[in-house]
Every structure is written in C-alpha cells, then in structure tokens.
Design a protein around this ligand. Structure first.
Ligand SMILES: Cc1ncc(COP(=O)(O)O)c(C=O)c1O
Length: 352
C-alpha cells in the first residue's frame, strides 16, 4: 500500500501464476507446459535472428507471422491478431470488446485471469455455475449480457464443450461478443475457428504456449472478423506497438509451419493422458473427462491440498486451487512425459 498508488491499483486482486521453482530435478506438472521441446525449425529460426538487425525495431504488425497463422487456419490475414501470449490478447479483448454497460458472463470455475481483467478494466461480470458434473450449460448464457467468455476445453476442469453447443450459443446470442479461449484445443477438441466466417461476434483466442511447446516465447493470437480485429489493434496501438520481438515472430512462424512436428508432440501428450487417467483411476481417483494437456482429479479419501504437499516433498509439483470450495478436493495435473507420469503414479501409490 502506498499513497502514491492510483485508486485502480488499490482495488486490484492480481492473478497468481503457477509456481516456476528454481530447483533442478523436479517433476513439474503444475503449469500445463508441454513436456517436449519446441520444433527444431523454430529454434533454428530464432537463432538466425540473433544478428545485427536486432538494433532495429521488429515489424509492429507481425505481418509474416499473421500470414502464416492465416494460412494455417485458412482465413485472411486481416482476421488475425497476435500478441505477447494469449494473456495479452485476452486483456485487449476485455478492453476492446467486452467492456459494455451490461455484465459479461463466464463460468464460476474457469481461467482465474478473467475476473482479474474485469478488475483492471472495471468491467462488471456475472459468474454462471457449472453443472454438478462441471459442465458448461449453454442455456445459462442465453440471457442479455455484455459479452461471454470461456475456455474450450475449460480450465482447470479440462472438460470440452461440443462445437454444436458453441454454435447454439452464437446463434442465440447475436448482440454481444463471444470469446472462445482455445488455449488447449489442440489436445483433442474441435476448433470454433471454422465458425468465424458465419458469426460476426465470435473471437477465438489461441496460444503457442501449450501445443507448440513455446510457453517461454510468449505468443498468442486471436481469429475473428476484421471489425473485431480492428478493435484489438486500436487497443494494442494505444498500449504497446511492438508486442512481439524479432525472436518471437520468427520462432512462432516456423513453429506454425512445422505442423507435422507440433501435431506429433500433441499426439504423444494425448497418448500419455489416456494412460495417466487409467493409472489414476486404478488408484481410486475420480478424473474428469479431459480434452486438454492436463487432468483434474480427486480422491474420495484424500484431501487435495494435503496430497499436493506430500507430492511436493517428493519433488513432484502439481496445481491445487483452494477456491472455489467445490474444486478444493481436486488436483490439476499437467500431462508430462511417460516417465514423469510414472513417477507421479509411483508417488501416489505410496500416498493413497
Ligand atoms: C485457459 C487459458 N487461457 C489462456 C492462457 C494463457 O496462455 P498464454 O498467455 O501462455 O498464451 C492460459 C494459461 O495457462 C490458460 O490456461
């Protein structure tokens, strides 16, 4: 606290990111990173950027990268916006497209950055409870609103909403923006990008942090019709004209172009997820169906916080959320390599 702070800063409750411990030899399953390295072609492209040209500012509009993303998705480059991680893209979307007179809607259990952006930009919101089975029910969102946002698959539950349900939401909600946050969609879900041409109020956000194994590079993007993209650009150019540096633009483009590589690492993660779920269930855990690179699981006889602490003593880090109370029994566990998941299962066998 300081008397020099603005009133907005006094009122903020900032997001708390998952821990990035400095210790070596951890089994790190707490922040949904990809256990495999990025595309070797992306690494080469970044190395090639380490030249004298770094004295020059990067392309403020990331034209080549946006063209590469557009080609990947089969949309126009004027339908693509890029930012410094999808967190930044989301922040701009809150400011540019979700700040209206009516409250916006998002699930009560979802990505915990959404209420933080609402606090920062002074946006009213209403949280819609997930069902008993932690599902999003589209009918609950077919009510007047200033906008709708949720991840698909949802986080931290991992539950996937069928594309037909997203289309039903769009058809029934033509007057405000719907943001579908597809941070985890590459691990088995069907993207809503194909609906963008038909729904002028749809914005889909994606990231290279998870499926492309580039969390350290900080690149995210949004796809929507040009009028939505223009709103994001207006905010970006009122905030930071150069959100992506030269390494990020080159590395992200090479990664988008190396489709075979990132599809292969996603497939490996999905295979390990199937094994991990079976092993956890064999230990008595209830595991929610996951379309993501993490699972959300609870044990009927063991406390979530206690299990997380005991795992940590064995150098295995998973994520536990104390709130809301409904998810306190759960652990969110990132799908690691087969060896990491074996280490987790061995530790849980000793604990459960
Ligand atoms: C649902 C969801 N959206 C967005 C993000 C942000 O990803 P990034 O800023 O790394 O692109 C995350 C990160 O964990 C997430 O879980």
């Amino acid at each position: 606290m300081s008397r020099y702070w603005s009133a907005v800063v006094h009122g903020l409750t900032p997001y708390v990111p998952g821990e990035q411990p400095k210790l070596a030899n951890l089994v790190k399953l707490n922040t949904n990173e990809n256990p495999y390295g990025p595309s070797p072609k992306a690494l080469d492209a970044m190395r090639a950027e380490a030249t004298d040209t770094l004295r020059l500012y990067p392309d403020p509009n990331s034209d080549r990268l946006r063209a590469g993303i557009a080609a990947y998705h089969g949309v126009g480059a004027d339908q693509v916006f890029v930012g410094n991680g999808s967190d930044e893209v989301l922040a701009h979307a809150f400011m540019a497209l979700l700040k209206h007179d009516q409250p916006i809607l998002f699930p009560d259990i979802t990505y915990s950055f959404y209420p933080v952006y609402c606090g920062l930009y002074e946006i009213a919101y209403r949280q819609i409870p997930l069902t008993e089975l932690f599902e999003i029910q589209v009918d609950d969102y077919l009510t007047p609103n200033g906008g709708v946002i949720f991840p698909n698959p949802n986080a931290p539950t991992g539950r996937l909403l069928a594309l037909a349900e997203i289309e039903r939401l769009l058809a029934g909600n033509p007057d405000s923006v719907v943001v579908i946050d597809e941070a985890y969609i590459d691990f088995g879900g069907e993207s809503a990008v194909g609906l963008v041409a038909r729904y002028p109020q749809l914005l889909v956000t994606r990231t290279l942090s998870k499926s492309h194994a580039l969390a350290g590079l900080r690149v995210g993007y949004a796809i929507g019709q040009p009028h939505l993209i223009e709103a994001l650009n207006r905010v970006k150019d009122s905030f930071n004209s150069y959100p992506l540096d030269r390494f990020a633009q080159a590395g992200a483009l090479a990664s988008m172009e190396d489709r075979a590589y990132f599809e292969s690492i996603c497939a490996k993660v999905v295979r390990t997820r199937t094994r991990l779920v079976a092993d956890m269930e064999a230990l008595g855990f209830e595991v929610l169906p996951s379309g993501a690179n993490f699972i959300f699981a609870r044990h009927p006889a063991h406390d979530g916080a206690e299990l997380a602490t005991r795992l940590r003593e064995r150098s295995i880090i998973v994520r536990h959320f104390k709130r809301p109370a409904r998810i306190a029994p759960f652990l969110r566990i990132t799908v690691g390599t087969d060896a990491q998941c074996d280490a987790l299962i061995a530790a849980l066998k000793a604990l459960c």
